[in-house]
Design a protein around this ligand. Structure first.
Ligand code: PLP
Length: 405
């Protein structure tokens, strides 16, 4: 069955709200919010607001139950994991900082953290900080020429000194998808922990984290059709049980005396303070909305659009695409340069045509250095895009060339 994109678009209020032409090709930065998520957020804030995990009156109890239902919905999206393995955060960045901070006791001189050069800064800088603090060595995993993880180079670097391997599931620049199961097998063989940044992969379909074999998996609600402000760090239950707290405060304790505290079990151990309740409920609604989709049809649709985009760009002689040419090896996140123009000029002129793209280093400067460029334009697709969006971008690039020469 082919995807009914018009029906999908009706689930996104933005498309009725924005005057045409409106071609949203920046979903890798933030995806649009789906109606069930927006409604969950508004309903909580205006009709059902109370703090969670504390009150005994009915309104507070209902808020707590809705919060835990959101956890169960996310658990279903992740392949039916135990909801206690789902830690709510403010987003991918916090999840990865939580991972780095709580794994720090396993690091020290003689220990190594392997991080790929594909990473968004949020899966690199926390490891730099923790290595500097503990004396562990930060070791880069190189990329292939077309911007994929170099699996052979990773395997050559893995040994018993390795405490942590941190990789992205899909690059926010090249769209390249990492073979996480293969990385996980190699990581497990040396007894290291595998941390995966799932921010870009999760909007493109449910992820069975147990089948992947990773230990920690982080993502953001706002990139998977939820609200800004909430995200998830999934962790293998056995590992979470061993990790120390990250932030201290209310809700993460079992018992406090002035002398010492005993901490709550996961996931609450890692959720200090009042969580972003409305955004978490929106995340849960988005997860349920996603779970109900026909992903075979969605992925076929996205692949066809990615192919159309890559073919269209390949026909433009001044364009250089960063990343794999094969749409099977990537998601629809496509970064490119249009020589000799600065990406910001290109994006501004595309905006004149109603085409929303992003220009810059995409918070992945080591990967940009790998390609020998400072910045690029990035167009990123989601399930609500169609051929008119891709064609508007390609025609927009012809317009840019006519304006800038
Ligand atoms: N990781 C990747 C691959 C990303 O693309 C992004 C955001 O663009 C992040 C992490 C950070 O996500 P957030 O800003 O939602 O924490």
């Amino acid at each position: 069955m082919s995807l009914d994109v018009a029906a999908i678009r009706r689930d996104f209020p933005i498309f009725a709200a924005q005057p045409p032409p409106f071609h949203y090709l920046d979903s890798a930065a933030t995806a649009q919010i789906c109606r069930p998520a927006a409604e969950a957020l508004l309903r909580f804030e205006t009709e059902a607001r109370a703090n969670v995990k504390r009150g005994v009156y009915r309104l507070a109890d209902a808020a707590t139950r809705a919060f835990e239902e959101a956890r169960a919905r996310v658990a279903r999206l992740l392949g039916g994991v135990d909801p206690r393995e789902v830690v709510f955060t403010s987003g991918t960045t916090l999840g990865l900082n939580l991972a780095a901070h709580t794994l720090a006791p396993r690091l020290g001189p003689g220990r190594r953290v392997l991080v790929s050069v594909l990473e968004h800064h949020s899966n690199l800088v926390p490891w730099q900080l923790v290595c500097a603090r503990t004396g562990a060595e930060l070791v880069p995993i190189p990329a292939t020429g077309d911007g994929r993880l170099d699996q052979a180079a990773l395997e050559a670097r893995l040994d018993r000194r390795t405490a942590v391997v941190a990789v992205t599931h899909a690059s926010n620049v090249t769209g390249a998808v990492t073979d996480v199961a293969r990385v996980a097998a190699a990581t497990r063989a040396v007894g290291a922990v595998l941390v995966v940044d799932g921010a870009q992969r999760i909007p493109h379909g449910p992820v069975d984290v147990r089948a992947l074999g990773c230990d920690l998996y982080a993502f953001s609600g706002h990139k998977m059709f939820g609200a800004t402000g909430a995200g998830v760090l999934w962790g293998r239950g056995e590992l979470l049980a061993e990790l120390p707290p990250f932030l201290g405060g209310g809700e993460m304790i079992a018992r406090v005396t002035f002398a010492a505290s005993r901490f709550a079990d996961p996931p609450h151990r890692f959720e200090a303070g009042t969580p972003p309740i409305g955004p978490v409920l929106a995340l849960g609604a988005a997860a349920a909305w996603m779970t109900a989709l026909d992903w075979e049809a969605v992925q076929a649709h996205e692949r066809a659009l990615t192919r159309r985009l890559l073919d269209g760009l390949a026909a433009l002689p001044e364009v250089r695409v960063l990343g794999p040419a094969d749409p099977e090896a990537r998601i629809g996140v496509v970064a490119f340069t249009l020589e000799p123009h600065h990406p910001h000029d290109v994006c501004q002129l595309l905006d004149v045509r109603g085409v929303c793209t992003r220009g810059g280093h995409h918070c992945a400067q080591p990967l940009m250095a790998h390609f020998g460029v400072e910045a690029s334009v990035r167009a990123s697709l989601a399930l609500y895009n169609d051929e008119t969006d891709v064609d508007a971008l390609l025609e927009g690039l012809a317009f840019v060339r006519s304006q800038l020469g």
